[in-house]
Design a protein around this ligand. Sequence first.
Ligand SMILES: [Zn+2]
Length: 290
Amino acid sequence: MAPEWIKAPLRPLARKLRLAAPVEPLWTREPSSRLVGRRLAEAPAVCNVCGWSGEAFVGPFHCEMAGCPQCASIPRDRFLLWCAAQRGGLTPGCRVLETSPRMGDDYRAMMRRHFAYRASDFDLSAHRADLQLDLQNLDLPDTSLDLVLCAHVLEHVPDTDRALGELHRVVTPGGRLYLQVPLQQGVTAPPAQPEFHNDDTPVFWRFGWDLTERLRAAGFRVSVLVTDAVWLGLSGDGPPLQPVGDDFDVEDLVRTAVPADLVGVIDDHRARQLGLVPGHQHAVWECVRS
Ligand SMILES: [Zn+2]
């Protein structure tokens, strides 16, 4: 049998030719797996997006690296979907919009097998998508979505509050927005120097914990989902978070955190398996429309 390093790059082509099994999700709500899919494997590295498990992810531990050799998910992809699944945001058939998803055809096909899933993008240049949408002016009916996945997009939108108002408008009562931004500092500010992300998209805002109050002002009930270790560390009930020399200002994040807003959603064992290391690189805002 060919080794994994040969098989992995060929797998997308093999799937297109229907010679390899499609990516199947593991949207488990542990410990029982009642929703869709199987229990996650026990291995040093486990991908909850596609079900791969093995000795290690590809690349160093960082929220933007540590890729899955099968589906190319990175840690922040895995944490976003972990949060949505564990917290009950993903129900079979629900109406899902994902803004500028990083992951490609296999992932989107997988989502469509289980949900009424659509992907959007602002200008369809850096990302292909089903819908061209500006978050500040969503061309969607009121209350037409059950779930919005919005990862690493809001920092590229000039008018934050207008975008949050629009997201609130299109989510149905009881529906949810799972929002991720790079949380590298405690308090929101524009970048000190012009900043661009990989696809040449300008960054207008570097967000901090105060994003929580902005989301509440838009009308959502909000919790910030983090790893259990981060929750305990920031609440003073566990080992304090320590800077590790990455691009996150841990001392500022510790100083400005609001422990009452935080919820720990993944234990140390699972966090390590999913590659959520270091834990302070991971936060997801869970926003429920009342
Ligand atoms: Zn994977």
